[in-house]
Structures are given as structure tokens and as C-alpha cells.
Design a protein around this ligand. Sequence first.
Ligand SMILES: NC(=O)c1ccc[n+]([C@@H]2O[C@H](COP(=O)([O-])OP(=O)(O)OC[C@H]3O[C@@H](n4cnc5c(N)ncnc54)[C@H](OP(=O)(O)O)[C@@H]3O)[C@@H](O)[C@H]2O)c1
Length: 319
Amino acid sequence: MKAAIYDQPGSPEVFRYADVPDPVCPPDGVVIRVRAIAIEGGDLINRASSVPPSPSFVVGYAAAGEVVAVGRQVLDRRVGQKVTSFDAAGSHAELRAVVASRTWPVPKGLNMSAASALPIAFGTAYHCLFARGGLKRGETVLIQAGAGGVGVAAIQLAHRAGAIVLATVTGAERVSRLLPLGLDYAIDHRSVDIVEEIDQITRGRGVDLVIDPVGATLQASLAVLRPEGRLVFVGNAGGSTLDIDLWPALQANQSLFGVFMGTQFEKPEVYGTISRLLDQAALGDLDVIVDRIFPLADVAKAHAYAEGHSRLGRVVLIP
Ligand SMILES: NC(=O)c1ccc[n+]([C@@H]2O[C@H](COP(=O)([O-])OP(=O)(O)OC[C@H]3O[C@@H](n4cnc5c(N)ncnc54)[C@H](OP(=O)(O)O)[C@@H]3O)[C@@H](O)[C@H]2O)c1
């Protein structure tokens, strides 16, 4: 099969589009003929900075496609079925072998690009907002990185739950796409002081909850949180080492939650939530924004585009 592979981390040019052996179907898994690959924020970080565990490594968390082989222990998947999947690696390829419990049937009406992009972004956003963040109707939430995959999902889910939604996002065009999805206040973090801006918006009260997938913004996230508020830390899209003073959080009785979805997706409640979110997207109730689609052969261009500062939601690869 063809795959996007690399031997050393680095800029998108480390990719080679090359022939590699087809994956073998595990007894508890399936092989998928991949039709769409969502480039996740974590894929960009892994390719840029994680030394691959083996040469000719196939990066990638999220891919959707048709089942072409079923392991002997798997009773609830069949050849020809459309599924979407997550795993720690292996999405950037024509074929993917994956444990069956990390796949979801794609409901009728949902296209494969959206299906590939939904589980991680929306599943993570839901978990951060509700399972960890405990968001309630009428509360105010700040979503850091509102234009990213997790951010776009979190804005919609928080709005639908009756929250007042603030998000950091740059660019008038991106803001105009997010307002109809439920964004109440856009904060341009490149041109304003977000602590002052949120102080004004909330009339000095602070927000009840912050979802922070950026990391470099954690100190500001704590500073805009009300006393006894909650901060959910879920990623490091900002790319710097974390340097944070937690004394103010102690003095304000604030709570800090960490989220790592790698160990959560297969838990029945999380798996079931993602199935429901897939159904809602198929009905058109959620908007899985796909910014641009590239052929897998153009993987370096696609990663470079995804790393730029104007993309909204997901970039997708098609083998
Ligand atoms: N813990 C977990 O289980 C889990 C699950 C999913 C994702 N994540 C992590 O969460 C992060 C976001 O994921 P994603 O898929 O949403 O990534 P993404 O689609 O690549 O989006 C990243 C976003 O971060 C924004 N950003 C970067 N620096 C910023 C800053 N200083 N202030 C505000 N925004 C900033 C970017 O804005 P611009 O476009 O303006 O540059 C971009 O919109 C990644 O680090 C990912 O690894 C973790």
C-alpha cells in the first residue's frame, strides 16, 4: 500500500509518500480501506517533535473507510461496513489495521471526511466540557484555540448546552463562520489582552470554566477564571514548555483538570457519547468543519497548510 512515512521528526518535508507492506489484521481488529484521514492537532505535534518508534513510521490518529478484513474474534463488524477509527498511529495510509473497539459505524448521511474528523475533536470537546468541566446551562465558558478542531467542536457543544461561549480566535472570516455555530464573544488573542477583555465582558466576575488546548495560555486561563472556577487542560498547541504559577489558583479555590483521551475513548460512556455525536452530525445538528481536502500524496503540503494560521476546523487527506 501507499503511505505517508518518515524516519525523523521535523517540518512537513520529512514525509515520503512511499510503498510499505500492507497491515495484518489482528484477531481482535479490522483492516480498513481508508477513504478520509483527518489531520489532528496531535498529528502535527507528533510529526514535528516525536522521534518515531520505528523507521518508515506511519503517523496519524484518525481515519474513516470501509472494512476489508475482520479478525476472527470480532463479531460486530463486517466486510464493506463504513467505520471511523482512532488509534495512536497509522492513519496516513491507504489501509489501516485497528482494534475493533476503536471503530464506530458511520451513520447514513455523514460523509467520510466529516466521519474521520468527528470522534477525536467532538469526543474530546464533550469530555472536557461535561465529564471533566461539569458545564451547566447559563454558565460562561472560555474556549482557548476556538478555530482548531477541538475548539470548533467545543463552541457548538457548549452553545447547545445553554452556556455563554467566549473563544480566542483570530481573523474576521473565521469569526464570521463561528458566530452562527454559537460563539458569543470572539477574543483576538494576538491584538488584545485577554485578561482585560474578559474582565470587561464578564463585568469583573470571570468565567466559570476554561477549556485550554494551548498550554502556553494556562496562566491567562487561570487569571480569567472566577474564584472556585474550573480549568480543563487538554493540549499543548502553543508548543512551549509549561511554566505556570499555581499559587493564585490555590488562593482562589480553583480546580485544574487534565484530560488525556487516549485512555478514555473505549470506556463505554465515552464510546457511546461519540456514537451519539456521529448520529447528530449525520442529522445536520453538528457542523464538522472541513477546511480543505488534499490527496494523501500531497501530505507535506497538507501538513504545512494545517500548521498555518488561517485554517478553521480540520484539514483532510484522501488516499
Ligand atoms: N489530551 C488529549 O487527549 C487531546 C485530544 C485532542 C487534542 N489534543 C491536543 O489539543 C490541542 C488542540 O488540538 P486540535 O486538534 O484542536 O488542534 P488544531 O486543530 O491544530 O488547532 C490548534 C489551534 O491552536 C491555536 N493556537 C495556537 N497557539 C495559540 C495561542 N497561543 N493562543 C490561542 N490559540 C492558539 C491555533 O490557532 P491559529 O490557527 O490562529 O494559529 C489553532 O486554531 C493539540 O495540542 C492536541 O494535541 C489533546
